[in-house]
Design a protein. Structure first.
Length: 310
């Protein structure tokens, strides 16, 4: 495998995910978070079912999988898809794309923390400094004016939900990394998203608004954004995201490259959705991205500082 393949996949996943967020924001105006999660999972399952037989070793990977591997991938899918994505969509509805893209930067610190906790990956002082910059950027974003039609309480609730989503997403992917490195990308994605949907289905049936949730599968105007968002976010981006974790040497590197979605999303939110780009938001995203770059380039920065001081 080409040496930079994993890094390219992680960066591509960020760009595709930013486009998907635009679609999810539009469809979220008409579809509830749980319904949108269920819909995009269903679209992804259909696409993965078509792709899996065409993938070399895909069906063989499923047939020869151990119960342990399947369990890890399944739990990862429940945490990182059924729970995380539902929280994310609700946060997106409350905060808007711009603010959620800033909160998304917390994904990197969460991944670093869980990589240390679960995989024993060690952090340098500069990486800790980068984490602090990211958290400062998120904190500044909480002081931003609420989007039109939202209260400050709703804004803070949305930020908290987005933070929780990032924590679940990071935990889910990091816990599965040892298994992911042994699996082809498509079957690994199929197991995760199928397990996440399998848990989501009975949950929706217990809700009072279950008729409204399942009504999402009736063709409507909302599909104009929900279908392309689901294809990009739950299929293309997911495969690139998992491949990034599989083929990079450290989970933290993949996480940081994924984080460039913040830049893509913020630009698209300003140009396409006409969300305001004020000084506070610019300061928040600048701090957060500075933290991401510090985490990514910590070895280069450390060497440069050593030469400067030496």
């Amino acid at each position: 495998m080409w040496n930079g393949f994993g890094e390219l996949c992680a960066l591509s996943a960020a760009a595709v995910w930013a486009l998907a967020i635009m679609c999810f924001k539009r469809s979220g105006e008409r579809i509830s978070p749980v319904a949108l999660n269920l819909f995009k999972n269903a679209v992804a399952i259909v696409l993965l079912a078509v792709t899996l037989p065409l993938t070399k070793g895909g069906l063989a990977a499923l047939g020869g999988a151990s119960a342990y591997d399947l369990a890890i991938l399944a739990i990862s899918g429940v945490i990182g898809i059924s729970i995380a994505d539902t929280l994310f969509f609700r946060g997106l509805n409350l905060c808007g794309v711009g603010l959620v893209s800033i909160v998304d930067c917390s994904y990197t610190p969460f991944t670093l923390f869980f990589s240390w906790l679960l995989l024993g990956e060690q952090l340098t002082p500069l990486q800790y400094a980068g984490v602090l910059l990211v958290l400062t950027g998120v904190l500044i974003s909480t002081r931003h004016a609420p989007p039109p039609g939202r209260t400050r309480v709703q804004l803070l609730t949305g930020i908290l939900m987005a933070l929780s989503a990032m924590a679940c997403m990071a935990f889910g992917i990091v816990m599965a990394k040892p298994v992911l490195t042994q699996w082809p990308t498509v079957p690994a994605a199929a197991v995760r998203i199928f397990a996440g949907t399998l848990v989501l289905v009975p949950f929706t049936l217990m809700l009072r608004e279950r008729a409204e949730i399942w009504g999402v599968f009736v063709p409507s105007r909302a599909w104009r954004a929900a279908v392309p968002g689901s294809i990009l976010g739950a299929y293309v981006s997911l495969l690139l995201w998992i491949a990034g974790f599989q083929y990079t040497q450290a989970a933290a590197v993949a996480a940081v490259l994924n984080q460039t979605s913040t830049v893509f999303a913020l630009l698209l939110a300003t140009l396409v959705l006409r969300e305001p780009l004020g000084g506070r938001k610019l300061a928040a995203v600048s701090l957060a991205l500075s933290g991401v770059l510090t985490v990514t380039l910590h070895e280069w920065l450390s060497a440069g500082l050593s030469r400067l001081w030496g």
